[in-house]
Design a protein around this ligand. Structure first.
Ligand code: FES
Length: 97
């Protein structure tokens, strides 16, 4: 949606700031999981954002990266729907401290 808001605002020269919600792993700027390509170069959402100038974001690159783990996310969601079992709750129920 943010891509299309940026595209709608662009012809009117409206400054547009977006808050990106990318894949994050460590949140420290070291893993590169949240890397986003912009006209100013690569940026990390966790340390450089999450707000960015929407007109500088390379949206197609971002959307491709966001879809990278889609099959794993789908598989995980299916397993959760089939019945999530929390290992921590099981351990506590078994008396493990
Ligand atoms: S989450 Fe690892 S670099 Fe941003």
């Amino acid at each position: 949606m943010m891509k299309f808001v940026a595209a709608a605002a662009k012809p009117f020269d409206v400054p547009t700031i977006v808050s990106l919600n990318t894949i994050m792993i460590d949140g420290t700027g070291m893993c590169g999981g949240c890397r986003v390509k912009t006209r100013d170069g690569f940026r990390f959402v966790c340390v450089d954002g999450p707000e960015f100038d929407a007109h500088k974001v390379h949206w197609n690159n971002l959307l491709t990266r966001m879809a990278f783990y889609r099959s794993e996310e789908h598989e995980s969601m299916e397993r959760w729907r089939e019945g999530h079992k929390c290992n921590l709750e099981s351990a506590v129920a078994d008396g493990v401290k």
